[in-house]
Design a protein around this ligand. Structure first.
Ligand code: ADP
Ligand code: MG
Length: 687
């Protein structure tokens, strides 16, 4: 009998050599091996008679997609037949084996290449399962399995698991080993069934149920870590507590705060008076006015003689914040810091603004409040901040701000250690970009319109941003992402040439295009951005990296290439980048699928053109599971989940109920997930 925590060495057929190579896959114990899940399943369950096989159209491939993205390939046929003839011959270096097999209905040929083991396996006159691809009337490279007495065939005659390459295992031996482990699992019958359904399911529904079980365990694990973090946080002391009499000191502003801004500010102020340090996330759409919500409480801390750090992702944003805030808060002492600037002497009561370089200075600055702006990448650990915090008994208050629309229910249930404030109202002066979906055949017309708009500078100098989706979102530095930008540049350039000719535009008025991608050096990137600021560039083509890094107040028009590849939330964040100063702005969605091809996608994009509310769009994304990078979590680092998905609200609810009944429930995935380090998100989202 095996236990989940037993080393893989206990398994018959795994020796020290295999054990070593399995370590490269982080597989050490039985549970790790059992969680090496099939990549897909092949349906070899339906037994087709040979007569039916012959009728089948040749090589018809059909991918059946179940709701959990489990691909089941159905281009395979399986038949149960007797071998009537067998022969083998060589053609050069190629060994060709042939068998004629027959059932009551008809007869067909099977062909194999270079399979020297078959000879010993196949006995003429015996009956087997044959599963293979149909090609030109023959069954190719079929898997042959003896018909077992106890109906427990694992390689054919059922949904068969297909794994990605693991160490030196052949598919067949991996299957055998997993089947043997499951049969000897010394666990409650229920878990045994889960693993059986994951590897040797009797139906697709069983796979889904079993996967959902893993997802549930993972969510349970997260909830527990979060609760634990909260308990630990409660024991900490804040370095400084604002006095409760400061409420009237809010400075005069050139605009009126929205109700949700006022509410968020009050929530923060109450936290700042507390002995337990604040750990709050401020969520609000692009343009909802998060900066001022953070800056008002921060200014009160500074007035009380404390230091505050505002950490932003880029130098450019740091400078923008610095300039804007210095204008609004005339009596406050601001310092802009980047990796080049030296911090000579610390003056108490200073508002420090800078990039992550600020983190190196925490020991000197000793802030009482640390604010993270646009903390898009929650998954990234801020090691310096953590190290700094670890040594402290007295903690700074922490406030993170994000435009990633994280639904309230999700935050409340999973990230319970974080307090949340939502800005769900837009300042009145801010208009969302008018959005159009541009069909393929209207692209040229749209670009002509764009050219005319950009050349018409009667009101102000206009600018456009063209965004190409990441082809490889897991790494924004991937080469394909760069070539997507370059390709887009070629396309736009070609089109513009024709438009200039058509409109008879003189060379000296022609538009300057800039290109921004990750293969440029930091310096080159800054130069391009500066040129955009200085209005020397009218069209900027970029990957979605502008989503985080750059604020271009003059941009009026945005074109999003292959818009169908973005989740609606990501699209929404992108379009928030134009019209920042309240000017009329436009967002043009170029879709590369034609409408007949993909009704759903078009519908989704059309909804997007109508809907201006970020949280509602996040909800639509939720309902359209599988729509690209749902909620932009891909970019936000919130996607480190192994089994679950943040969007599965059903499972999140189940987990909540389970913990209510069994507060001390220990997920059987705890050790496994700890090894995967997925809890990083929880730890860093609040820190
Ligand atoms: P974000 O939430 O994207 O960080 P910002 O804080 O940069 O948004 O605010 C966007 C713009 O809106 C800024 O120019 C800011 O001064 C302005 N703003 C903020 N709050 C209001 C308000 N209540 N009324 C009018 N303008 C506002
Ligand atoms: Mg902002």
């Amino acid at each position: 009998m095996y236990q989940l925590q037993d080393s893989v060495l206990v398994v018959k057929g795994i020796g020290t050599n295999l054990q070593k190579s399995l370590q490269d896959y982080q597989i050490e114990n039985i549970l790790d091996l059992l969680l090496y899940l099939p990549l897909r399943y092949e349906d070899r369950s339906a037994i087709t008679t040979i007569a039916e096989i012959k009728k089948l159209s040749v090589e018809k491939t059909q991918i059946q997609k179940s709701s959990e993205n489990q691909k089941v390939k159905t281009n395979f046929v399986t038949t149960k037949a007797r071998v009537v003839k067998w022969n083998e011959y060589r053609k050069g270096r190629l060994l060709i084996s042939r068998a004629s097999i027959a059932d009551e209905s008809d007869q067909i040929n099977c062909i194999w290449f270079n399979n020297k083991f078959l000879k010993n396996k196949i006995i003429v006159g015996q009956e087997y399962f044959f599963s293979g691809n149909l090609k030109e009337g023959n069954l190719m490279q079929a898997t042959v399995e003896k018909i077992s007495d106890d109906h427990e065939n694992i390689h054919t005659g059922r949904l068969v698991p297909i794994y990605s390459q693991l160490a030196d295992f052949k598919q067949g031996s991996l299957r055998r080993i997993l089947a043997e482990i499951i049969s000897k699992l010394h666990q409650s019958g229920e878990l045994e069934q889960v693993f059986k359904d994951l590897h040797f399911p009797s139906s697709i529904d069983h796979i889904i149920t079993a996967r959902e079980r893993l997802a549930l365990e993972e969510i349970l694990y997260f909830m527990q870590i979060s609760a634990q973090n909260k308990r630990e946080h409660q024991k900490k002391n804040s370095r400084f507590q604002l006095s409760s009499t400061i409420k009237n000191q809010i400075p005069k502003l050139p605009f009126e705060l929205t109700t949700s801004q006022q509410k968020a500010i009050q929530e923060i102020l109450i936290d700042l008076q507390n002995k337990v340090p604040m750990n709050r996330l401020l969520v609000g759409d692009v343009g909802s006015g998060k900066t001022i919500v953070a800056a008002i409480p921060a200014s009160l801390m500074v007035n009380a003689g404390q230091n505050v750090c505002l950490i932003v992702p880029t130098k450019i944003l740091a400078k923008q914040h610095y300039q804007n805030l210095a204008k609004l808060f005339k009596n406050i002492n601001f310092t802009l810091l980047d990796s080049q600037s030296k911090l000579e002497k610390i003056e108490q009561g200073t508002f420090y603004i800078g990039t992550h370089a600020l983190l190196n200075q925490l020991n000197k600055i000793k802030p009482s409040l640390v604010i993270y702006d646009e903390q898009q990448r929650f998954g990234v650990k801020h090691r310096q901040l953590e190290e700094y915090l670890e040594q402290k008994k007295d903690y700074p208050h922490l406030l993170s701000m994000t435009a990633t629309p994280i639904p309230r229910t999700l935050m409340l249930s999973i990230f319970s250690h974080l307090e949340m404030s939502y800005l769900d109202q837009m300042p009145n002066s801010r208009k969302m970009a008018t959005t159009w979906l541009i069909p393929q055949f209207k692209k040229q017309k749209a670009l002509e319109w764009l050219t005319k708009e950009l050349l018409n500078t009667t009101t102000h100098k206009k600018q456009a941003l063209i965004v190409c989706p990441f082809i490889n979102p897991s790494s924004y530095k991937a080469m394909e992402n760069v070539s997507a930008v370059k390709e887009s540049f070629e396309f736009i350039n070609q089109e513009l040439k024709q438009i200039y000719q058509k409109l008879k535009i003189d060379k000296k008025y022609q538009l300057k295009i800039g290109v921004l991608h990750s293969k440029l050096t930091k310096l080159e990137q800054l130069k391009i951005i500066q040129e955009v600021y200085d209005q020397k560039i009218q069209i900027l083509i970029s990957t979605p990296m502008i989503e985080v890094g750059v604020d271009l107040p003059n941009a009026d028009i945005m074109i999003i290439q292959s818009a169908e590849r973005f989740g609606l939330s990501s699209l929404h964040q992108l379009r928030g980048r134009v019209g920042r100063q309240g000017q009329d702005s436009y967002c043009l969605l170029f879709s590369s699928v034609n409408s007949a091809q993909n009704q759903d996608n078009n519908l989704r994009l059309k909804q997007f053109c109508q809907e201006k509310d970020g949280l509602k769009l996040a909800q639509i994304d939720l309902e359209n599971r599988g729509a690209g990078d749902i909620l932009g979590y891909q970019q936000s680092g919130l996607n480190n989940l192994v089994f679950a998905s943040w969007t599965n609200s059903q499972i999140i609810k189940q987990a909540q109920e389970k913990l209510k009944k069994e507060p001390n429930y220990q997920s059987f995935l705890t050790d496994y997930l700890q090894k995967q380090n997925s809890a990083q998100i929880i730890e860093s989202i609040g820190n």
